[in-house]
Design a protein around this ligand. Structure first.
Ligand code: GLU
Length: 419
């Protein structure tokens, strides 16, 4: 597989070229941004519990580090490959720039289904992967975080491994750590909370109120979907449908989010949740709801099914859940799209807060964190809306143009080395 092969890379590449030409940006800068700065592919051999050795493929890609150290998650998923990781690293460059963080874009992952491994095997995998990519990560080089299939425990093992080599604790090498070892308050819920904030900004923009008449469907009921559901239902909205790899459930009167969360903790999946009708994820995407939140994985809404979407607001909780063609279709059909690099940026924003707190050894209260998160997202939402108006483009293109303008400015100030 070459760097350019995955659908997500092709889409991100096209978005980059489009934003460059519509936004009138320097073609020499766009040329440089087409290629990741650095891509490392590693073998991750581990001994399984039965004594056998199995090797997994791992990747860390740093797309652009003009604005600061690389930043982006580590994904454990069978679909991870070099091209998808490179696309996700590129999206991180745009995401960090859009919301004004002094960070570049990176991403990593291991091609593995974490559900197939025991806790001990996962620890071995994480420690060996950390060792293999240690040469390119660090608090001022590149700072990983959780993504699909990884969590606070993964970050704790990663941080411990890097610290064992250093001979002292290096909290700033990762974010998304558990609170007990230097994590930030609010980080675990931050992506979903950010999605809920953005849904509120979008509702305000289109003249809709979030109340008990507001219906919401969420695809992906994990690290992003659950806190988004909790926040929106706390505001009175009705979560009528929730889906994951096992299928979806539907209850027009509203699903009890706390019970659904507990059910998933106990059963691993949402299928079989009592008191709701079983539907397919395709049915979920086509529901006549006010808000649709695809918060699982990329490429789930394509030109095939985008025509069925009826939601007034589509909030891209995942990275790249709608293909380029799907975005054109839903926008033409009148949906208001909150693009991924804005909608799910809450995670990396609070990651930035965690990194800063760790470097200063001074920790902030939850209200301060959530208020700062809210203000950054509100400002970034306004930037996207203003850019969409200025260039007469949809919100997705506007987000890319706004992000690129910041990167373009910084890259031109720094120049091309050697000159
Ligand atoms: N994995 C998350 C994302 O895609 C968070 C990255 C981070 O916190 O560095 O934005």
């Amino acid at each position: 597989m070459s760097l350019f092969d995955s659908p997500l890379f092709k889409d991100s590449f096209d978005q980059l070229e489009m934003a460059g030409s519509v936004g009138g940006l320097d073609p020499n800068i766009i040329e440089r941004l087409k290629y990741p700065k650095r891509a490392l592919q590693v073998a991750v051999p581990i001994r399984l519990d039965d004594g056998q050795v199995k090797t997994f493929m791992g990747f860390r890609v740093q797309h652009n580090m003009t604005l600061g150290p690389g930043k982006g998650g580590i994904r454990y998923h069978p679909g991870v490959d070099l091209s998808e990781t490179a696309a996700l690293a590129m999206l991180m460059t745009f995401k960090c720039a859009l919301v004004g963080l002094p960070l570049g874009g990176a991403k990593g992952g291991v091609q593995v289904d974490p559900n197939d491994l025991s806790r001990q095997e996962l620890q071995s995998l994480t420690r060996r992967f950390a060792t293999e990519i240690a040469m390119i990560v660090g608090p001022s080089i590149d700072i990983p975080a959780p993504d699909i299939g990884t969590n606070g425990q993964t970050m704790a093992w990663f941080m411990d491994t890097i610290s064992q080599y250093a001979g002292y604790t290096v909290p700033g090498v990762v974010t998304g750590k558990p609170i007990g070892i230097g994590g930030s308050l609010g980080r675990a819920e931050s992506t979903g909370k950010g999605v809920a904030y953005c849904v509120n900004f979008a509702a305000q923009k289109i003249g809709m109120t979030i109340d008990k008449k507001t219906t919401v469907a969420i695809h992906g009921f994990g690290k992003v979907g659950v806190p988004a559901a909790e926040d929106l239902s706390a505001q009175g909205a009705r979560i009528v449908s929730v889906g994951d790899v096992s299928g979806a459930i539907y209850n027009p009167d509203g699903i009890d989010v706390a019970k659904a969360k507990q059910y998933v903790i106990e059963n691993g999946v949402i299928a079989g949740f009592p008191g709701a009708e079983a539907i397919s994820n395709e049915d979920l995407f086509g529901l006549d709801v006010d808000v649709l939140i695809p918060a699982a994985i990329d490429g789930v809404i394509t030109e095939e099914n985008a025509g069925n979407v009826k939601a007034k607001i589509i909030a891209e909780g995942a990275n790249g859940p709608l293909t380029k063609e799907a975005i054109d279709i839903v926008t033409r059909n009148g949906s208001f799209l909150i693009p991924d690099i804005l909608c799910n940026a809450g995670g990396v924003i609070v990651s930035y807060f965690e990194w800063v707190q760790g470097l200063q050894n001074f920790f902030w209260g939850l209200d301060e964190i959530n208020n700062k998160l809210h203000d950054i997202l509100m400002q970034s939402f306004k930037t996207c809306v203003d850019t969409a108006d200025e260039f007469k483009v949809d919100m997705k293109k506007a987000a890319f143009i706004a992000a690129l303008k910041r990167i373009d400015h910084a890259m031109r100030l720094r120049g091309l080395f050697p000159s």
